[in-house]
Design a protein around this ligand. Structure first.
Ligand code: PSU
Ligand code: MN
Length: 305
């Protein structure tokens, strides 16, 4: 049986063989989460933020069936091109996409599955997928949760989006054994807002503390972590605008009858329209801040071993 190799970008290969800090970045936010041309600018800004923290960025995706950790600028630009057909790949889709020889962007689940295989322990994204509000009837829960439960990667994210059922998502992370740790906060962030209304039991106040605790966690559990990093205060979306847009986006998706993996991109697009693009600016700022923090955590983690 032939196995599928993960192709490493040159800088990622060097860093991994020297046991230096590497941060995995996803591509679904590039191909399906943000509008062009901002999507590519944000992807580049995330890579730059990781480098400024002293770590090496490994943007992950599938290019012509090659599963790549450390996409080149050209490969990334192709996945960001809205004229191209780029599949949305969760962990379960990776082998199929490789066998089919297609282009694909990886979700958090798809990204951590690849990252872990090559020895990358830290990832940054905007928001983790979660339990959708109608999950009691649709069973729509992102595979991000189950995959994070069995993949020891620390994911830095600004919580989950408020278009989801945040309380149910936190309950599922509890059942699945995934620690949810606030970074310099004891409130769970709701992506566009710094406080989604839920208290957190664990807080870390520095990258070094987070790295030590994550390393300790790995002695007892195969799961990853959600390190919850609130959006910078100056980039937070206005509360009223936010609440109105959430209600409208959910109603629009319900009427359109969107299902399956189209749900998250559809909600994000309608949210962007409802907020006159403000949600996109917020999204950009938080994801870059998360990449920066992930870089610092990866550096601290590398220093432990
Ligand atoms: N966060 C963002 N934008 C996104 C996503 C997260 O700021 O586009 C993507 C991530 O890739 C996440 C995915 O893994 O949405 C979840 O999709 P689903 O609910 O279909 O699992
Ligand atoms: Mn889903």
């Amino acid at each position: 049986m032939s196995s599928v190799p993960v192709v490493l970008g040159p800088a990622v290969a060097d860093a991994l063989s020297a046991h230096r800090a590497v941060v995995a970045l996803e591509t679904t936010i590039v191909a399906h989460g943000l509008p062009a041309p901002l999507n590519l600018e944000v992807a580049a800004a995330c890579e730059e933020a990781v480098r400024e923290s002293g770590a090496v960025p490994a943007t992950i995706g599938v290019h012509g069936g090659r599963v790549v950790a450390g996409l080149s600028a050209e490969e990334l630009a192709e996945l960001a091109d809205p004229r191209r057909e780029v599949a949305k790949l969760s962990a379960r889709d990776l082998g199929l996409a490789a066998a089919a020889g297609i282009d694909g962007a990886t979700t958090v689940a798809g990204t951590i599955a690849v990252a872990h295989q090559v020895g990358i322990a830290v990832m940054a994204t905007g928001g983790l997928g979660g339990v959708h509000r109608d999950a009691a009837t649709t069973f729509d829960e992102s595979a991000d949760l189950m995959t994070l439960a069995r993949t020891p990667v620390l994911v830095v994210a600004s919580g989950v989006k408020s278009i989801l059922d945040i309380g149910a998502t936190l309950e599922r992370l509890d059942s699945l054994g995934v620690p949810v740790v606030g970074y310099q906060t004891d409130r769970f962030p709701g992506f566009y807002r710094r406080d989604a209304g839920f208290a957190l039991e664990w807080t870390m106040d520095s990258p070094a503390a987070a790295a030590r605790a994550f390393a300790a966690h790995r002695s007892f559990s195969p799961s990853g972590w959600l390190l919850a990093h609130p959006v910078p205060a100056e980039s937070e979306l206005d509360a009223e605008l936010h609440d109105a847009a959430v209600a409208a986006a959910l109603e629009e998706a319900r009427i359109a009858g969107v299902t399956g993996k189209a749900v998250t991109p559809a909600l994000l697009a309608s949210f962007a329209e409802r907020t006159g693009g403000a949600s996109v600016t917020t999204n950009r700022d938080l994801v870059v801040a998360n990449a920066r923090l992930a870089g610092h955590v990866a550096v601290a983690l590398a220093a432990l071993s």
